[in-house]
Structure formats: C-alpha cells, structure tokens
Write a protein that binds this ligand. Structure first.
Ligand code: CO
Length: 203
C-alpha cells in the first residue's frame, strides 16, 4: 500500500530506471512513434489495469476508461478517443472490456444515485430496462449483477459500432473489428463474449 504521494514519485524513478536498464533505448523508441493496434475501452476500476492484464507494454494499447465502460453516443471525450484511434492511429481492433463486480453496473440496478453519476449511468438503465424480463427471472442478485455486466458490454459494442467514426471507417473498407470482453476479478481472466463485429457484417 502506498502511504505517501512522494512514494509514487520514488516508484516512478525505479520504474524508469528498470526500463532503461533492461532496454537502454526504451524511452527514445517510444517517443519516436505511437502505433498501437488496439483501442481499449474499459472501466475506471483500479482493479482492471488495461495494459497489465493483456501483457502489453507502453505504446501498444490506446486506452480510454470511464465508469462502467460506457460509450455515450454524444460523449465528446470517448468519441474523440475513438476518432483519434481509428482515423489517425488506425487501430485494427477496438476492445470494449467490462468486468464482473462493476460498481457502476450495480448502481444501475438500484435506486437513482446523485448527479452527475445518475446521468452518466443512463445507458445502463436503458440496458437494464430492455432486458427487464430476463433479469427478473435471474435467480440471485449476484447473477443479475453479473448478467447486466455482460449485457452492458454487448450494448457498448453496439454503441461503438454505430459511431460515425466507425461507420465511416467501414465504408472506406478500413480493417477494424469491435470486440466485447469481460474480466473476472476473481481469477484475472478475460472472456470473449462472442459479440465481435466488423465492417463486413460478419458475426
Ligand atoms: Co467497473
């Protein structure tokens, strides 16, 4: 556990030193070019560190994280990330990654929370309402929570696919595939939810 903020700076120096020792031109190579193949859209949750869980180094993963990995159709933050990743970096894959045990998803299963979080979670409430029948017959609260985590990923994959940036990329036949994954905090494993979409309309 980090006790003081100054510890973080000390850790940073050790991290930079270790990288330089292992590979003297590590940072000069990194500054020269950024060419990741993947955009990761994940939850801000501190237990789901994007680069680490897929074993990728700095420079290899373009990352956007927010509460509950939601892609609002009018969120200039997330939409700009997608735009830059697709149009400039030309990533080949966009991975929407949710996780079981997501606090944002749990909040959307309960009564309204304070603003601005309630507005942020609005798409999750829509997903929940859309699948109300299925969720109502899901036996336990925990199973309902897990299921909504999965349904949210699927909905956000659809949301990414519908963005003008992705639609335009597919129209000009740029290789780009959208994936929906979910991470389990209990064993550190990712699961592909099988909702992959690309510009050819293949499932
Ligand atoms: Co979360």
């Amino acid at each position: 556990m980090v006790e003081q903020l100054s510890d973080l700076l000390a850790r940073n120096r050790r991290w930079a030193d270790a990288h330089r020792r292992a590979e003297p031109d590590f940072f000069s190579k990194l500054t020269a070019i950024q060419q990741p193949d993947y955009l990761w859209i994940g939850c801000a949750d501190s237990r789901v560190p994007a680069n680490e869980i897929v074993g990728l180094q700095p420079g290899e993963l373009f990352v956007h994280r927010n509460v509950a990995n939601i892609v609002h159709p009018y969120d200039p933050n997330c939409l700009s990330v997608i735009q830059y990743a697709v149009d400039t970096l030309k990533v080949k894959h966009i991975i929407v990654c949710g996780h079981y045990g997501c606090g944002g998803v749990l909040a959307a299963l309960g009564p309204p929370v304070e603003q601005p979080l309630e507005s942020w979670l609005a798409p999750l409430r829509v997903v929940s309402a859309t699948h109300a029948d299925e969720l109502a017959v899901t036996r336990t609260d925990d199973a309902r929570w897990r299921r909504l985590c999965e349904l949210n990923v699927k909905a956000q994959v659809a949301s990414v696919s519908a963005t003008p940036t992705v639609q335009a990329a597919w129209a000009r036949h740029q290789p780009l595939t959208i994936h929906g994954w979910i991470y389990d905090l209990h064993d550190g494993l990712l699961q592909d939810l099988g909702v992959t979409v690309d510009g050819q309309g293949r499932g």
